[in-house]
Write a protein that binds this ligand. Structure first.
Ligand code: MG
Ligand code: MG
Length: 260
């Protein structure tokens, strides 16, 4: 069942989203050669708790950390480790937090130093796919309009969308109805109505769309070990148009000093 948020609930989700946007802005500064994935996780945990929020991923279905770190052929759900980032890595961060019982969920792919031309293009196309999907998140449209827009942009660029994992409704639970797939048919699926909040999250592979889960039970990799990128925002469906709750501020680097 789809849950429609009241204005008071939306305000709580706006706050959650704003802190998550700040968190991702802060974490971007750690996408550097030599930084370990666990260092990024520690910073995420510290930053979120510093704002009085709960790092929602920690313990979620047993996930051990506060942020998912997925590198290169890893698609999503990578577990932070002592692995050091290297020049040219494509790092995907997925993070979620809880504020007064409401979730925000968002993520970015980031270049570590200078990317290969393929990785750069994959990153750009995936970011664009999210933007194009968000543009369809309008009252009266259907979920399939988002799905088809994302899929169309990705496939026109010669890349592939992952099908085993999807976006989702979000609110008191991280994963609510409806699923928001990155593939589909325009004009199909649930109608988007005011008060719905959804996470749109294109996962895009440079090669095969197929993925597998590693032996750790979490890390999703491309089956052919081709590169993968991912972007995600939490979006409120509003009469005035899509409201990106997890927008990443440009100038967060200066604000973080005041908080920490
Ligand atoms: Mg999500
Ligand atoms: Mg996420």
């Amino acid at each position: 069942m789809i849950s429609y948020k009241s204005n008071a609930e939306l305000d709580l989700m706006r706050h959650a989203g704003r802190i998550l946007g700040e968190t991702l802005a802060y974490l971007q500064g750690f996408a550097r050669p030599g930084v370990t994935l666990l260092e990024i996780d520690r910073e995420a945990d510290r930053f979120i708790r510093g704002y009085g929020c709960i790092p929602g991923f920690k313990g979620y279905e047993g996930f051990p950390n506060s942020v998912c770190t997925s590198v290169n052929e890893q698609v999503v759900h990578g577990i932070p480790s002592n692995r050091k980032l290297r020049e040219g890595d494509l790092l995907s961060l997925d993070c979620g937090l809880i504020h007064h019982g409401f979730w925000a969920d968002a993520g970015v792919s980031l270049p570590v130093g200078t990317l290969s031309p393929l990785a750069k293009r994959l990153l750009d196309v995936t970011r664009e796919a999210l933007e194009i999907g968000i543009a369809q998140a309008r009252v009266g449209n259907r979920v399939g309009d988002i799905s088809a827009a994302v899929q169309g942009h990705v496939e026109a660029a010669g890349f592939a969308v992952v099908r085993q994992f999807t976006g989702h409704g979000i609110g008191r639970d991280m994963h609510e109805e409806p699923p928001v797939p990155n593939f589909g048919i325009a004009g199909h699926g649930p109608v988007l109505k005011p008060g719905m909040v959804i996470a749109i999250e294109p996962m895009v592979n440079a090669g095969s769309p197929e993925v597998a889960v590693l032996g750790d039970g979490w890390t999703v990799v491309t089956i052919d070990r081709s590169l993968s990128a991912y972007f995600e925002h939490t979006i409120a469906i509003q009469e005035a148009g899509p409201e990106v709750l997890t927008a990443i501020p440009e100038a967060a680097a200066t604000r973080r000093a005041a908080v920490l």
